[in-house]
Design a binder for this molecule. Structure first.
Ligand SMILES: Cc1cc2nc3c(=O)[nH]c(=O)nc-3n(C[C@H](O)[C@H](O)[C@H](O)COP(=O)(O)O)c2cc1C
Length: 725
């Protein structure tokens, strides 16, 4: 699916954009027509209307009623062909149909690119490509979301690939409909599907003799109401053997110009009705709102093409950047499972560190695994997890392939999973691979390692174990991509808990004078690079750009390079940082109760949410700190939130004060309140260290159990969000 999607996208990008843009412009026509339509009941029947028109436009050749209700008269004048818009109420000529020339040309460009059959074939090919892209895109979307039922849930991931997903999700229904109908119309234009249009009425062999009557006196036309009328073609002037040709929504008829009677009639066949229905679905004729919606979804095609190209390039460059080593020379093999590419950079670091000891290392995609990758090698499997606990793109057939391979031939196979604890199935694919290998009897150098949010610390811990097992110290220079930073100036600093060995500060920062203010939301992160070559450290924001400053809360860690650096800053000092969005940790906008739970510096985004007061009145905050006198972070702000009702409840627990309580103790005390908040649709947001998050989760499981609920189910419906570090 992915290959099909990528190659069709690459091959068809220009054609798809061309068809989408011309189609989007054409989609305006039904809406413009509809806006100029006057209620058409006044002129009565077709005979009256045709009579009124032929009096004003003697050279009229054809009258048509478009699906929008607009009436057009086509005449052949001495100055050339003319299309006139007619008021259906009065039959009076409103004026020339100026749009018809432009849209006519545009339609021709869209259908056949002014090059006839070759253009129509290209357009048909483009329609087929778009249909395949939309269908394969739908399946990839399902894979990314985990299952069909999760298709409409908020998209996971970040950056360009998230944009691609969000746009395609909005546009896919429209794109599927447009491309399917376009392909059908294209096949119909080459008569590869039946349109039923061959069923014409029999042409009258003999006309009545006598005087031609005025069109308004033709009895067959007097019975046709305007809303059923489609087209009337006048006989060729002076040709007494030529009848009127009438088309209604029932079928086609020839009408005698002398007697006014119907000579012959052919009803529309089912296939013709299908054709017409599909035509109006594609063009929006008669359903201008659908036309506009389809036009808007077509506009997504250039955006999807650009973001898709970027994703393809990024994916293609991942493995290519790592360099090649001959497999037969290698004693070590690194197999990589990656979707977004970041795991390749860890594979690269591992390869370099192993290579520094003279080891020959070969890297490959997990999907390419063969017996040659295993035979007498130390194998490292580095894989991310994707969708909802599923395999990433470069590992989706790995487990199947492994079934036929001799894992016992490998000297060792060790698995390292990359994932994100915020997901319900943390590193699930790596766990599945590890279990599978154990079942097959593979030897391993180290137990399964897990890396949360690409943490260099987690990676380093696993690599230390590998180094010890091999008797080689592995030194890493992990080249992590650091986005462009901007300068931030400290405008205030408040120190808390200075009597403890690890104090906490709240820093307020603004861009230095003259620099542009960026936009960020409470709960987003600021990445700070404390020294060249050191991986960025991320801190949650307690404020949004609306407040005019950026606020972070930092506890000093004994050997923490970045926290020590931030603690050393004074008012007026400048630092470099970049904003990283954190869409996974945002309170829902629905007016449901919110339960905010945190400990230590985890209070930062929670205090920010409470302060902004946008998250509804029924917000309860639980926080655990050390001592109420010395490190009650954001105390004044939280108190005033409680007073003015932005917080309906504020419960604090202090671990170095009289009762020595932790935040989960306060939660347990409030069990019945929490149960009722959850039952009324409440959302829980947790921020802080891993140990706190684990204890809180266990307590909440106990509280939820009597309700027949658990954390996992809440997580799946985004009612349990964690930002844990
Ligand atoms: C759409 C999407 C779904 C994800 N699903 C999971 C998941 O179910 N479990 C998990 O632990 N991590 C999940 N992650 C996080 C990734 O595994 C993690 O960011 C990893 O470092 C990405 O590595 P890669 O860029 O090499 O694919 C998901 C990420 C995205 C973008």
């Amino acid at each position: 699916m992915r290959l099909l999607h990528s190659y069709l996208g690459l091959g068809g990008v220009i054609l798809a954009c061309f068809l989408a843009i011309t189609g989007a412009l054409l989609s305006l026509q039904p809406a413009l027509d509809a806006s100029s339509v006057v209620d058409g009941t006044g002129a009565g029947d077709v005979a009256v209307l045709a009579g009124l028109i032929s009096e004003q436009v003697p050279q009229v050749e054809r009258i048509e009623r478009k699906a929008s209700g607009q009436i057009l008269a086509h005449a052949n004048t001495d100055e050339g062909p003319l299309v006139l818009v007619i008021n259906p109420e009065t039959g009076v000529v409103i004026g020339p149909n100026e749009a018809s020339g432009f849209f006519g040309m545009l339609a021709e460009l869209h259908r056949e690119m002014f090059i006839g059959d070759a253009g129509r074939m290209l357009a048909g090919f483009g329609a087929g490509t778009m249909l395949l892209l939309s269908v394969s895109g739908l399946f990839l979307l399902k894979r990314r979301c985990g299952s069909w039922s999760q298709l409409l849930r908020p998209a996971k991931g970040e950056g360009v690939s998230r944009l691609h997903v969000e746009v395609s999700r909005l546009a896919l229904p429209g794109l599927l409909l447009t491309s399917f109908t376009a392909l059908y119309l294209s096949l119909a234009s080459f008569e590869l599907v039946s349109t039923g249009q061959t069923a014409m009425p029999a042409f009258p062999e003999q006309m009545e003799q006598g005087e031609v009557v005025p069109v308004s006196d033709l009895s067959s036309l007097q019975t046709i109401k305007l809303e059923n009328f489609r087209e009337l073609i006048f006989p060729f002037p002076g040709d007494l053997s030529d009848p009127y040709t009438l088309t209604t929504d029932q079928g086609m008829a020839y009408i005698d110009p002398v007697s006014g009677k119907t000579h012959s009639f052919a009803a529309f066949s089912v296939s013709q009705q299908i054709y017409e229905f599909i035509y109006s679905l594609h063009s929006g004729q008669g359903m201008w709102w659908l036309g506009v919606l389809l036009g808007l979804s077509s506009l997504s095609v250039p955006a999807l093409s650009l973001t898709g190209l970027w994703m393809w390039h990024k994916r293609a460059s991942g493995a290519a950047n790592i360099g090649e080593t001959d497999l037969s020379d290698a004693g070590f093999v690194i197999l990589v499972g990656s979707e977004g590419n970041s795991t390749w950079s860890f594979a690269d670091s591992l390869k370099t560190a192993l290579g520094a000891h003279g080891n020959v290392v070969h890297c490959a995609k997990m999907n390419d695994v063969s017996d040659l990758h295993l035979a007498d090698k130390h194998v490292f499997i580095l894989t991310s997890t994707y969708g909802d606990g599923q395999s990433p793109a470069s590992a989706d057939i790995f487990l199947n392939r492994m079934k036929n391979l001799q894992v016992q031939n490998a000297r060792s196979i060790s698995v390292l999973g990359f994932g994100d604890e915020a997901f319900a199935h943390y590193c699930q694919f790596a766990k599945d691979v590890d279990q599978h290998l154990t079942r097959l009897g593979a030897r391993s150098l180290t137990p399964l390692g897990l890396v949360n949010k690409r943490s260099l610390t987690d990676f380093g811990k696993w690599a230390d174990q590998v180094g010890k097992a091999l008797g080689q110290e592995l030194v890493f220079e992990h080249k992590q991509h650091v986005p462009m930073t901007t300068a931030w100036q400290v405008i205030s600093r408040k120190v808390y808990g200075s009597e403890f060995s690890e104090p906490t500060i709240i820093l307020r920062l603004v861009p230095p004078a003259g620099l542009l203010h960026q936009t960020y939301a409470t709960g987003d992160l600021i990445g700070i690079v404390a020294a060249p070559g050191v991986a960025p450290r991320y801190y949650s924001l307690a404020s949004s750009s609306k407040e005019g400053y950026l606020e972070v809360c930092v506890k000093r860690h004994r050997r923490g390079i970045c926290s020590t650096y931030l603690h050393s800053l004074r008012v007026g000092d400048q630092i470099d940082g970049f904003i990283k969005e954190n869409p996974a940790f945002k309170p829902s906008e629905a007016p449901v109760p919110k339960i905010l739970i945190g400990a230590g510096t985890g209070i930062a985004p929670l205090a920010g949410f409470a302060r902004a007061g946008q998250i509804g009145r029924d917000t309860h905050l639980y926080w655990g700190g050390r001592h109420p006198q010395s490190d009650f972070l954001f105390r004044d702000d939280l108190m005033s939130c409680r007073q003015d009702g932005r917080l309906a409840g504020l419960r604090t627990a202090f671990s170095r004060f009289s009762h020595r309580q932790y935040v989960q103790d306060k939660i347990r005390e409030d069990s019945s309140l929490i149960q009722s908040l959850v039952l009324s649709g409440g959302q829980i947001l947790i921020c802080g260290g891993q140990a706190m998050a684990r204890d809180v989760r266990a307590t909440l499981e106990e509280i939820l159990r009597p309700l027949g609920l658990n954390v996992e189910t809440l997580k799946q419906s985004r009612r349990y969000l964690e930002d844990v570090y």
